[in-house]
Design a protein around this ligand. Sequence first.
Ligand code: NAD
Length: 257
Amino acid sequence: MRLENKVALITGGGSGIGREASLLFAREGAAVVVVDVTDDAGRKTVDEITSAGGRASYVHADVSSAKDSEAMVAHAEREFGALHVLFNNAGIMHSSDDDAVSTSEETWELTMRINARGVFLGCKYGIPALRRAGGGSIINTASFVAKLGAATPQVAYTASKGAVLSMTRELAVIHARENIRVNALCPGPLRTPLLMAFLDTDAKRNRRLVHIPMGRFGEASEIAKAALFLASDDSSFVTGAELLVDGGITAAYVTPE
Ligand code: NAD
């Protein structure tokens, strides 16, 4: 097992990538702290892990709140004795996120609060815990949109993911000598509730699909496997990386018919 004796905290563990990663990390031996604001979904992930014989605990925390972020890390140490893996994964894509002219300041602020400030707060309170554990791995979920511009705009979301990517790079350099690795995971378009709610018509979905060389949306479980690599000692010499798991979208100039 690749995460034996490790404690992992995963934000957004009630759905999509966070849920799949929670289940996978638990199967690989980790004790998992599932964090979400949607309590039913978060508890369901924990129930699935524990009924399969794994170790997990749910904590309600809004990652944009300093108090909640501090409390979720304290919960991990109290429940399982330490924290080794911090997966800052929770994020939102607001339905009215659009171009700069149309996007409201409220949508901008909310998106930045959860997607960028949330990762900052996770690191702010998580890094001291990783130090206490003698080191560890931080994985921040960015996105392929941090690398490419799109004509179907979502300007607040894109800016927030750019912030995650550059924050990750700097933290990786700062903490490299402390045995703390910090990497960004950049998923391509996935068939999760987050994107499917945003691309809510066939026309919108097809507009995105034409750009993916593989010709399909990715699955959350495919991202969870990449997160497992970054979480485990298999990636012991990897820090400051941007791991693109995107069906080839960022490599493409023209996609096959
Ligand atoms: P999802 O909507 O399926 O799951 C996100 C989870 O985060 C939900 O359970 C939600 O309740 C939780 N959450 C939302 N706000 C929160 C908050 N303030 N505090 C704590 N939890 C909160 O989404 P997903 O597709 O699994 O996305 C996970 C991450 O991957 C996000 O950061 C997203 O931006 C990123 N991402 C997704 C895609 C995609 O196509 N789906 C592509 C690239 C990056």
